[in-house]
Structure formats: structure tokens, C-alpha cells
Design a protein. Structure first.
Length: 217
């Protein structure tokens, strides 16, 4: 035992070398421990190339339209073009009606004539008192409505087979006066007929008559 201890003391250089080697080993061990703190290569973060591949590849796949799902078929394109044909067909359908409106002349068709007797001296539905002056006017219509100018009335008042009075009016609608005045034509009792023959500047014609009685008052 004593011989061993004496041998180490006799060689101090060996002791120093041993201590230095231990210190160097300690330093190297510490460095190796620090290097192990970083992430191992197997769990390293994905590179930019990997990220681009995993994120953008599905989006690119969805954005690409397919003929069956996203792209419009031939049937859909034909349906979209149908409304554009409507403005082309509508004027063609309306053209005949416009032409008919231009070619259709006014004042056509048969005349409708009505005689309106006044109520002065009236004693019943169709009865007037002798000496009455009721007066008479006309209402004349064609396909344009009621006529005024360009319309003429030939009045004829008869008692039995005798013509009592005949007058022509230059209008079919009364202005502010009565178109037909009886004057003294109803001074005798009897059965009377008042007839109105109507003509127009458009070669139309119509006739109407009314019958009434005149009785002593």
C-alpha cells in the first residue's frame, strides 16, 4: 500500500495529465449534451417544398373544372340563348295588328239612330196634348262613337198618311238648340209618326222613327 502511494507522488506529471484529460472529457460531454437539444432530423419541420405540395395540390385539383360537373353543357347553352330570341319574334307577331289598325278606316259599319222627344206637353208614355211643342233631337252612333258634324238628319212628321212637316238638320247632335221644332204641327189630335233619316260624309245611312198620339187637352 505504501509503495503504491509513493509511486504516484514520484510522478506528478502523470497526475497533471490525468486531470487535464478529465477536464477535456467533461467539456466534450457538455457540448454533446447541448447538441442533443435541437430537434432530431426525423422530426424536423417540413420544408417549403413539402408544404407547397400538401396545401396547394388539393386546391389546384378542385379549381380545375371538369366537363361533366362545372363546364356548361350544350343543352344549358341553348337554354341561355332562348330569351335572346324573344325580341325577334315579338315584333313579327304584332305586325299584323298594327297593319290592320292603319288600314282600318274610321266611321265604318251601320249607324245606330235614336230619336229623343222632349217632355213639354206630355200627358202619358206616348201621348201629348194638342198644341204641344216638345221638340226632338237625335243620338247617332257608329264604330267610332257618337257622331256630331259630318252627319245630317232628314226629319219627316206625318199624321196618318199626310206629311205635316219636313226639315233637314245639318248636325246629328244638338248644339245648344233643338234640332227639330214642331211649331204648330201638333195643333190637331191624331196619331203621329216622326221619322229621322240619317246620312254621313262617309256614305253611311240609318233610319229611326217614333209614334205618338196627340189628344185634346
Amino acid at each position: 500500500m505504501s509503495s503504491g502511494r509513493g509511486s504516484l507522488a514520484d510522478h506528478p506529471v502523470i497526475v497533471i495529465i490525468s486531470v487535464v484529460a478529465a477536464v477535456v472529457g467533461l467539456i466534450v460531454g457538455v457540448k454533446e449534451l447541448k447538441g442533443t437539444d435541437s430537434a432530431p432530423p426525423s422530426v424536423a419541420a417540413p420544408t417549403a417544398t413539402d408544404t407547397d405540395t400538401t396545401l396547394h395540390t388539393p386546391a389546384a385539383t378542385r379549381a380545375a373544372p371538369t366537363q361533366e360537373e362545372d363546364m356548361p353543357g350544350r343543352d344549358e347553352e341553348s337554354n341561355d340563348s332562348e330569351p335572346a330570341r324573344e325580341p325577334v319574334t315579338q315584333p313579327v307577331e304584332e305586325e299584323p295588328s298594327r297593319a290592320a289598325a292603319v288600314q282600318s278606316p274610321g266611321h265604318t259599319g251601320l249607324l245606330v239612330v235614336r230619336i229623343k222627344l222632349g217632355s213639354s206637353g206630355k200627358t202619358g208614355p206616348d201621348t201629348y196634348r194638342v198644341g204641344s211643342r216638345p221638340g226632338a233631337n237625335t243620338e247617332v252612333y257608329d264604330d267610332t262613337g257618337r257622331l256630331d258634324r259630318g252627319c245630317y238628319v232628314q226629319w219627316t212628321l206625318s199624321r196618318g198618311s199626310e206629311v205635316v212637316r219636313r226639315v233637314t238638320s245639318a248636325r246629328c247632335r244638338p248644339p245648344s238648340i233643338t234640332l227639330f221644332n214642331f211649331e204648330d204641327s201638333l195643333d190637331e189630335p191624331g196619331s203621329y209618326i216622326l221619322k229621322a233619316d240619317v246620312t254621313t260624309d262617309w256614305r253611311q245611312a240609318g233610319t229611326e222613327s217614333v209614334t205618338f198620339n196627340v189628344v185634346p187637352g
